[in-house]
Design a binder for this molecule. Structure first.
Ligand code: CMC
Length: 391
């Protein structure tokens, strides 16, 4: 083998060619299939954007109708899945439960997707979109000790998220349209982000021709970490801690700058955006709109604004190009909607699902080779085995 180039964290290594998402970190540009994120967030909806990401074009009215109808065909989840949920303690983190349940879906859908068969692929995609939403909300119902809800095919996908989470058995539940609109926008903003940690995980696992559910389950695990999707929960916990400690944002700025302290300002910085995160701009405005429309006055929002201002004026953050990212404001909106903090990263996963599916599909259809990075060995040279009494 020739010389191996080391690139820890793949900061400068391209793993694939892709037609899905264009991202320019210097200029803060994000586009799905050529459409700007600003346009999609204000003019489209999540199901339409999912179709766009996965199939490459905005759907016609007939294509959209068929897509929605096929998703609805698969919204029932096997009752035996409930036995698996029952095995978890109530205190289990929803992301861990979601990863397990996603993986468990393989047991009930064992047939491998025939990627060369368009219909088979289409059905598998719709099935994944349908069932993932239901099991994602079941992680919350389990944590609360509530009975599990069923998808209501008379309502839309995002309405169903709220219904599945919050409907009581006696209720004719109707979600607040302001909440549904904001959630729809948040899901669009999270829907794809090219080769991030969870997406490249999905591609890597899928590259061994493991099943779609197994690949998505791996993506959920990757997303869980606080440096990735878990940041939205971490942001809110950080803001609450600042509030409980008297609201002194400067103290936390100093902590984040201190190289002897492992604390990082959660919701700040991004591997690729070194100017601003275009999603954060849209979300910041959405946070103001939603809190206004719902009539929520949240002191946490004031702390967030103070912290953002202080960081943006600070030389440490300026010189390292650290700006608020998508997760800085999303948690504040979720909180205003009554979503519990532990569920924030699950919402990220629901939003990211179409991106994972689109990237998996692209990888398989391009017949990409199995992912298998190399290494530079820095361990011991050959040595003689020592018997146990000689060690
Ligand atoms: N607070 C304090 N210092 C930071 C932060 C932060 N949030 N982020 C980066 N730095 C510093 C870092 O210490 C380093 O300083 P120095 O050059 O003195 O060693 C410099 O900035 C460059 O950081 P890096 O760790 O080399 O950058 P990276 O590209 O490896 O990491 C990141 C990107 C997003 C993991 C990181 O910025 C971070 O940990 N942010 C906080 C967690 C977060 O908000 N994650 C969500 C990311 S957006 C959504 C998603 O992807 O899921």
């Amino acid at each position: 083998t020739g010389a191996i180039t080391l690139d820890p964290g793949y900061k400068n290594t391209g793993a694939c060619e892709s037609e899905i998402t264009f991202l320019n970190g210097e200029e803060g540009i994000l586009r799905y299939r050529g459409y700007s994120i600003e346009d999609l967030a204000s003019k489209s909806n999540f199901i339409e954007v999912s179709y766009l990401l996965i199939f490459g074009e905005l759907p016609t009215a007939a294509e959209l109708e068929k897509f929605e109808k096929t998703i609805k065909k698969y919204t029932l989840v096997n009752e035996e899945m409930k036995n698996i949920i029952d095995g978890f303690p109530k205190t289990a983190h929803p992301m861990g439960v979601l990863a397990s349940l996603t993986s468990a879906l393989t047991a009930f859908n064992p047939k491998a997707v025939d990627v060369s068969n368009e219909k088979d692929m289409y059905e598998a995609i719709c099935k994944t979109i349908a069932k993932f939403l239901v099991i994602a909300t079941w992680t919350y119902r389990k944590a609360m000790g509530y009975p599990l809800n069923y998808y209501d095919n008379a309502q839309g996908y995002v309405e169903n998220f709220m219904q599945l989470m919050f409907a009581l058995p006696t209720d004719k539940y109707k979600a607040d349209p302001v909440v549904v609109g904001a959630l729809d926008k948040l899901f669009i903003l999270h829907a794809d982000h090219e080769q991030n940690c969870s997406t490249s995980t999905v591609r890597m696992v899928g590259s061994s021709h493991a099943s779609l559910f197994a690949s998505i389950s791996a993506g959920v695990s990757a997303l869980w970490g606080p440096l990735h999707g878990g940041a939205n929960q971490a942001v809110l916990e950080m803001l609450e801690e600042i509030q409980n400690n008297g609201g002194d944002v400067e103290k936390y700025i100093a902590k984040a700058k201190d190289k002897d302290d492992s604390f990082r300002l959660m919701g700040f910085g991004h591997r690729v955006y070194k100017n601003f995160d275009p999603r954060a701009k849209i979300i910041k405005k959405a946070a103001d709109d939603v809190l206004g429309a719902l009539g929520v006055e949240d002191p946490i929002l004031d702390i967030a604004k103070k912290l953002e201002q202080a960081a943006l004026e600070d030389e440490y953050f300026k010189s390292r190009n650290l700006y608020p990212n998508v997760d800085f404001y999303s948690g504040i909106i979720y909180r205003a909607m009554g979503i519990p903090t532990q569920m924030f990263t699950v919402l990220f996963a629901i939003g990211r699902l179409p991106g994972w599916i689109a990237q998996w599909k692209e990888m398989r259809l391009r017949n990409e080779p199995i992912g298998r990075p190399r290494q530079v060995y820095i361990g011991e040279n050959l040595r003689d085995f020592k018997a146990i009494n000689e060690r």
